[in-house]
Design a protein around this ligand. Structure first.
Ligand code: DQA
Length: 143
């Protein structure tokens, strides 16, 4: 099984960025833990601060991978283009957020991704990514 994790803007600063909200672990550290845990899964990780690059990557992976775990970060709340890309591809997308966006500012309550996503996992810290991977694996064993 091939699962891609795509992170949007400012998530390259995880570990340093607002650690009270996002924790003090870098994503690279966390990604290594996921690779160690899911040895049977081909995991791919990509991060960009640029909207068009994320759209390109969604298009590129979206007909090849079995699942995409997408944290579009701030673009979640602004990007019709990323939302449309998610709807355009064949690969199912699980939207994730580290923080519970519904407990935060009103502008974080709306997502342009959710209507095209298979499901949404919000507020479990970095574990949100792991839960998304588990959702793809569970699907694989039940179908
Ligand atoms: C985030 C929540 C977004 O509102 C924010 O802009 C982010 C990260 C999260 O994972 O909690 O950059 O997607």
């Amino acid at each position: 099984m091939k699962i891609a994790i795509l992170n949007g803007p400012n998530l390259n600063l995880l570990g340093k960025r607002e650690p009270d909200i996002y924790g003090d672990k870098t994503f690279q550290e966390y990604f290594s833990e996921l690779q160690f845990k899911y040895t049977d899964v081909e995991l791919f990780y990509y991060q960009s601060n640029i909207e068009g690059e994320l759209i390109d990557k969604i298009q590129e992976l979206g007909f090849e991978y079995d699942g995409i775990v997408l944290n579009a970060a701030a673009y979640t709340h602004t990007s019709v283009g990323i939302g449309d890309a998610v709807k355009a591809i064949e690969t199912p997308v699980v939207e994730v957020h580290i923080s519970n966006t519904f407990m935060r500012e009103d502008y974080r309550h709306h997502s342009y991704i959710s209507s095209g996503a298979k499901g949404v996992i919000v507020g479990f810290g970095l574990q949100s990514y792991d839960l998304a991977i588990q959702s793809f694996l569970a699907e694989q064993t039940t179908t």
